[in-house]
Design a protein around this ligand. Structure first.
Ligand code: ADP
Length: 365
């Protein structure tokens, strides 16, 4: 009798667990997310019906791992492979990629997963979910196209506006008309600001569509920083810009894009620190890298913001940022540009004391 009761208890417990698992599985399926369980020892895959649907297959189909891998768009296979290798090391699996259905249509998926290890840290299996993000990706593509077209269209009138302002400025100088000289200088500064903004949007759409390319050449970074500092002094005379040159340092990089990064870091230093305070730019050769730093004595950043400011559209929400213009794309673009150069960007900061933004670029061998 005692044995029978024990067994009944176990059966009830197992049934409860199975019911709970089934309910969870149904709940996940209802959200439109497919789930899977991959045995890393014998590559056996268990998939939910929704996963099969996401891959354009019959819900009853049992899919194997190779089949899924082969359906990933050939241009995106390296993304999935990289994510898989990273997952084995870190335990976290995450990627977005295109897949091609049997009918030839292309769809976007987002896969997330977690690796389960044994006591010796040997990976045993991976559990995860996959969802169809085609609609979201299409919306993003449309938004990017719109930004690209609008920015491109704004470039032409702005260029002619700048040219006419410069002609007027030279006439005003000849006539020694102080009022016009001052007013046109202000016009030019605003046009320059707007030009930077528009080029920023154009670059963002290029990055998003993977079309940003580097035009690499060898140049002296010290001479370049001197030029950029002079330009920024023209735009803003209220700060004390200091560049401590370390002599000629040749690097191989895209000059225009490095100018963009420097302009962004310097103009942020200006924007987020009090008038009259110092902004110091330094270069340092560290092993095989060049380190360029832009240090200000401004409002600084909280630790949590330091981790997110390089994300697209991220702006810290405080009194100063609310009062200053910006879209939160400058640092995102800078980070992407440095990434394309196989470099590193970062920040060290203390709230209320100031920030030091820096980037590292590999030196030519
Ligand atoms: P924007 O300045 O146009 O908003 P950025 O991408 O250049 O965009 O910067 C993102 C955010 O990071 C800013 O909104 C600001 O909150 C913060 N930030 C950037 N540079 C500094 C700095 N030097 N000091 C303090 N906060 C900064």
């Amino acid at each position: 009798m005692v044995v029978a009761t024990e067994v009944t208890k176990q059966v009830v417990a197992r049934q409860l667990l199975e019911n709970a698992e089934e309910r969870l599985r149904l709940a996940i399926e209802a959200t439109g997310i497919g789930n899977w369980d991959l045995d890393l020892v014998d590559d056996d895959l268990i998939n939910s019906p929704k996963l099969a649907i996401i891959f354009g297959l019959d819900p009853e189909d049992k899919i194997n791992e190779k089949q899924l891998r082969d359906m990933i768009h050939p241009e995106d296979r390296h993304i999935a492979l990289k994510a898989f290798k990273k997952a084995i090391k870190t335990g976290v699996y995450l990627y977005e990629a295109r897949i091609v259905w049997a009918d030839g249509s292309t769809h976007w998926i987002r896969t997330t997963g977690k690796v389960i290890y044994d006591d010796q840290h040997k990976p045993l299996s991976m559990l995860g979910t996959t969802n169809d993000i085609t609609e979201r990706r299409h919306d993003e593509i449309m938004k990017n196209d719109f930004i690209a077209i609008a920015s491109h269209e704004l470039k032409t009138p702005l260029t002619s506006l700048k040219a006419y302002t410069q002609i007027l400025a030279s006439k005003a100088k000849k006539a020694n008309d102080q009022f016009f000289i001052g007013a046109l200088e202000k016009c030019e500064k605003q046009i320059n600001k707007m030009t930077r903004l528009i080029y920023g949007f154009l670059d963002m759409s290029k990055i998003e569509s993977g079309k940003m390319q580097l035009n690499t050449q060898s140049f002296d970074i010290s001479a370049l920083i001197t030029e950029v500092v002079a330009d920024n002094l023209f735009m803003d005379e209220g700060h004390n810009l200091i560049f401590k040159s370390n002599g000629i340092i040749h690097i191989n990089a895209d000059k225009e894009k490095i100018v963009q990064v420097l302009n962004n870091l310097i103009s942020n230093g200006i924007k987020y620190s009090a008038k009259g305070s110092a902004i110091t730019i330094t270069t340092l050769v560290k092993g095989r890298n060049l380190k360029v730093s832009v240090k200000d004595k401004g409002i600084g950043l909280k630790l949590k913001d330091q981790q997110t400011i390089f994300q697209r559209f991220y702006r810290v929400d405080n009194e100063t940022t609310r009062g200053s213009s910006g879209f939160g794309i400058g640092l995102y673009l800078s980070a992407e540009i440095i990434k394309l150069h196989h470099g590193k960007i970062g920040v060290e900061s203390q709230e209320g004391k100031g920030s030091e933004f820096y980037f590292l670029l590999p030196l030519p061998v």
